[in-house]
Structures are given as C-alpha cells and as structure tokens.
Design a protein around this ligand. Structure first.
Ligand code: A2P
Length: 329
C-alpha cells in the first residue's frame, strides 16, 4: 500500500505514523505530507527516512490510502482531489463528518457500512469515539433515552501549540498562547468555537455524531466540554437514562465483554480510569459505574481514553485496516 499521512508533522499525524508502524500496517511506500514550512524535513518510518512533501506533490503520487489530520480547511479542499485520483481518504477533521454522503465510522460499531465506493471516510471527534464505544453496547441492551456528558479534555486535542502553552506555563516561560486564557491550574469551559445556540462546536459534535455512528435518532445527548491541564487523554462524566432497567453487574459484564473497552471499577482499591494511565493505550477505560439514585433506569459512569490514539490515530488506522482486510481499497 502506498500510504500518505497528511499532517505527518502534527500531533495526530505523528501518532498515526507510530500506530501504522506498531500494527504493522502493510505500508510499502510512505508519503509524509505537511505544509511548505516543513519541506526539507524527513520522517523516519520503520527504519527508513522519507522526505516530507506538500499536498500538490502527494496527490500526483496517487496513494492508495491517505490518512488526513491537517485541519478541516485542508480536508475540505484536498480530500476530493485525492479521491479524484482514486485514493481512499480517511479524514480525522470535522470537515466531512456530518455530510450525509459520507460515512462516520468507529470500526467496532459500524465498519460494516463501508463499501468500495466510499472514497472519503470520516473519523469521528475524539470525545465522541470514547463515548460511543461505551454507550453502544449498553444502548443495544437497555435502549438509551437521554445522555448528559461533561468532558475534561486534554490540551493535546488542540494541537502542538496548546501542549506548548501548558509546558511554558508550568516552566514559567512566557510564550505563544493557544487559548484565550492560561490553561495551567485552570479549567476552560470552551472547546472549539461557540455556535449561535450558546454551545461550543465540540459540544454539538458530541450531541450529533453518536446518532450518526449508531444510526439511531431515538436518543439525545446534551454536552458540556471543558479543557483541563492534562495531556494524556480525555475524561468524561456520563449520565445515561435508559428505557429499560439494568443490573449493575450486567452493565459491568457487558462493558467487560466489549472489544476495545476495559472496565476499571473497584472503589475498595481506588480503581478507576485516569488520563495519566490511559496515555499511549488504545483501549477505552470505564469506571465509577453506579446507579443514579435520583431517577429510574439511570446510570453514571466515567470514561477515559487517549484522545490521540483511540480518539484519533488508532481509530483512523483501524478504518484503513478494515478497508484492506475487506478488499475495499
Ligand atoms: P506543518 O508542521 O508543516 O505546519 P497540529 O494540529 O498538531 O498543529 O498539526 C497540524 C498538521 O497539519 C501539521 O503536520 C501541519 O504541517 C499540517 N498542515 C497544516 N496546514 C497544512 C497545509 N496547508 N498543507 C499540508 N499540511 C498542513
């Protein structure tokens, strides 16, 4: 496979390269793509050095697959150009997610929707992926009515500049700001831009994307997204109201049996998921599973995952793996 990684010098792109290497994805030729600023740089992949190229060059090389993570504007403009030369694009930006002609895929949930004609495939938002990984098996059994989620999101989700802002603040260095306020020792109830309804775009992604991935509009999701000074992963406090009652032991068993989900839930031993331990892992960790005692059929839980891995790079590579395994590319 000739594989292009668009945004190869960025936070997600770097993890994509690592995941492709680790999972031994059948790359015969790697095309690392970045902006003109990065021309002259090389990317090391499986012991070989590859020169960074710009999009104009990459598209003429007609890759079989292109994994995009270089922002929405780049995807909007360039994904169709790659698709036009026969490349299958798996796009990590928000550009195509809600386009009704494009699939929005979490492989464990809806990869079977993919066909050979899908040339631009969208990877969901990082907070969405970890949420639906835990919700999907529960929804199938107990039928969700309404979900209220509050996120505690890592600065790595914003990009290199934000990680640097946090590091600078910790080191007492005055530097470039990725956020309108300090992020160290702070919590910003502001992820992505505000929309007209008073919610942020991140909150609306959490409200809309799960319905599309799970192909079900019978439940609704209300979200508050908060940026906190962590780097290893996103955390979510989730309250789910079901149509049907559940048994807590069954909920734990169901989640335990879900591929890609790990239950860490024992209050006797202070066992619960935390971003510092989810860092560099591909699984979605679920804990603090308990009944909401204020309302029938309602569950509280805490979900943590590495936003750069399952929330972005790993999910993208898993989609590519599915395409290859099923001769869809
Ligand atoms: P570059 O390093 O040359 O700026 P992050 O989100 O971590 O900041 O990373 C964004 C990634 O997207 C980087 O690899 C960046 O490359 C890349 N990128 C940004 N704009 C473009 C563009 N116009 N063409 C190709 N790659 C781009």
């Amino acid at each position: 496979m000739k594989v292009a990684v668009v945004g190869a010098t960025g936070m997600v792109g770097e993890v994509m390269l690592k995941v492709l290497e680790e999972r031994n994805f059948p790359v015969t030729d790697l095309i690392p793509v970045a902006s003109a600023r990065s021309l002259g740089k090389s990317i090391s992949f499986k012991g070989k050095d590859y020169k960074v190229v710009v999009l104009e060059t990459a598209v003429t090389m007609k890759p079989d697959i292109a994994l995009f993570s270089a922002g929405g504007d780049t995807s909007l403009e360039w994904a169709p150009k790659f698709a036009a030369v026969g490349t299958t694009v798996v796009d990590n930006s928000s550009a195509w997610r809600m386009d009704p002609t494009k699939k929005l895929v979490v492989p464990e949930i809806n990869a079977s929707e993919l066909t050979k004609t899908d040339k631009i495939i969208a990877n969901p938002n990082c907070s969405t992926i970890q949420l639906v990984m835990a919700l999907n098996p529960l929804h199938k059994k107990y039928k969700m009515k309404r979900v209220v989620v509050s996120t505690y999101q890592s600065v790595s989700g914003t990009g290199v500049k934000a990680v640097r802002q946090l590091e600078n603040e910790i080191a007492g260095i005055e530097g470039e700001m990725a956020y309108p306020y300090p992020i160290g020792r702070n919590a910003l109830p502001h992820c992505d831009v505000f929309e007209a309804n008073g919610y942020t775009k991140e909150e609306m992604k959490l409200a809309r994307e799960p319905q599309k991935i799970m192909n079900d509009k019978t439940f609704s999701i209300s979200a508050t997204a908060v940026r906190i000074p962590t780097a290893g992963g996103h955390s979510e406090s989730v309250n789910v109201q079901f149509e049907n009652d559940f048994d807590l032991a069954d909920v734990r068993k169901l989640l335990h049996e879900t591929p890609g989900v790990v239950v860490q839930d024992n209050t006797d031993t202070n066992t619960y998921p935390m971003p510092i331990y989810a860092h560099n892992k591909d699984e979605v960790f679920v804990g603090r599973i308990r009944r909401d005692e204020t309302q029938p059929n309602t569950l509280n839980m805490w979900i943590v995952a590495d936003n750069l891995r399952k929330g972005a790079a790993t999910n993208t590579v898993q989609i590519a793996e599915y395409l290859v395994a099923n001769n869809l590319v």
